[in-house]
Write a protein that binds this ligand. Structure first.
Ligand SMILES: [Zn+2]
Length: 370
């Protein structure tokens, strides 16, 4: 551990990583379940709380994405204290088909996820590759009732919308392999169009308790966020890397020092750590983001370049690393309603594609849902 934080988060009480994923639930070979897989990460980093963002929809890279991610995140919450989780919407087929989804409309799914005890909703539907699969504009009627409901009851929504601008222009091998190259206009919305849709969505739902992930990919154009913060009282952004974001910050150091202090109530820490196999890199990410914001050290960045820390005041750090999110979600995760989880599993388990995982869900049900 010594190569990372000497004293984890020395200036923050009860640090909270608000943006983590679980992609694999068992060790290849041994079959050992990772139902406590993030506890080591949480403890090594000195985190009091973590929040799992379920990703039940999208491209099957690196593992199948289906309803099992919601179910497993609920079990994870049951098995580990201080773990929050955001559920995600599922689609029985792509593009989304309202007729086929009659008994699992987004509002029905929202009620189900909330009844189970999810602490919020993760929406990946604005990431261009999932957007292209679902085939529904973010500001369309398809999402409207669920968004209206969440606006009404204050549900916390962590939304990934857009992606780094370079994903539209840079057809490198890695982007192509991961399905993150969006140069084909016949398949993907433009960068500008996605910004327009999020603006339009917020115009319709101005009080939505929305957190736009990854700084809304506009660290080169933060004035956009300033305008949005002025209009939307509950809007937040998270500073979960994408390393490109930090280079945007670095270009305007003085501006960003003021920005972070001025908008300290609107900024939420997360790493996007995904377990497994990324325990080490999750710890590194945690260390990186903390050092950048809390110290004036020159640190190695997310690529070969260096970054100079901006050394924010303690009260600003406290908000970003903990109290903004506990203010929204509380200081204890919602309890899991076992009956509701059992019903959810019964209703949706036919959509699970990984038969081994399906079997584990039976074992977990035996152990945790009695
Ligand atoms: Zn993420």
């Amino acid at each position: 551990m010594s190569k990372y934080l000497d004293i984890p988060f020395p200036k923050v009480e009860n640090p909270f990583d608000g943006h983590i994923h679980m992609h694999r639930w068992r060790e290849e070979g041994t079959g050992r379940l990772f139902i406590h897989g993030l506890e080591e990460y949480r403890q090594v980093c000195g985190l009091k709380y973590i929040a799992l963002a379920s990703l039940p929809s999208g491209n099957p890279i690196p593992v199948p994405r289906d309803v099992s991610n919601n179910i497993m995140c609920a079990f994870y919450k049951l098995a580990n204290e201080n773990t929050f989780a955001y559920g995600g919407f599922i689609y029985p087929s792509y593009p989304a088909n309202e007729d086929e989804m009659r008994d699992m409309s987004l509002t029905i799914q929202l009620d189900e996820l909330k009844e189970i005890g999810f602490d919020g909703i993760k929406m990946l539907e604005g990431k261009p590759n999932l957007y292209a699969k679902v085939g529904k504009p973010l500001d369309s009627d398809f999402f409207d009732s669920a968004l209206a409901k969440m606006e009404e009851d204050g549900t916390y929504v962590l939304m990934h919308a857009i992606d780094p601008a370079s994903f539209w222009t840079d057809a490198n091998e890695d982007n192509i392999k991961r399905g993150w190259y969006y140069g084909d206009e016949s398949k993907y919305p433009s960068y500008k169009e996605l910004y327009r849709q999020v603006d339009s969505l917020l115009e319709k739902h101005p009080k939505l308790n929305l957190c736009l992930a990854h700084f809304f990919f506009c660290s080169e154009d933060p004035e956009r966020l300033e305008n949005m913060f002025a209009k939307y009282p509950n809007l937040c952004i998270d500073i979960t890397p994408g390393g490109e974001m930090y280079h945007g910050f670095d270009k305007r150091q003085e501006y960003y020092k003021d920005f972070f202090v001025k908008y300290a109530d609107r900024i939420i820490f997360g790493t996007d750590m995904d377990f497994t196999p990324h325990l080490e890199s999750g710890i590194w990410l945690c260390d990186r983001v903390y050092r950048y914001l809390a110290t004036d050290e020159t640190i190695s960045s997310f690529d070969d370049r260096m970054l100079k820390g901006i050394c924010l005041p303690s009260d600003t750090l406290q908000k970003i690393f903990s109290s903004n999110l506990t203010g929204k979600l509380g200081t204890s995760p919602k309890p899991i309603n076992k009956d509701a989880l059992r019903r959810y599993i019964a209703k949706y388990r036919h959509l699970i594609t990984d038969k081994e995982l399906d079997k584990y869900i039976d074992e977990l049900s035996e152990e945790y849902l009695k």
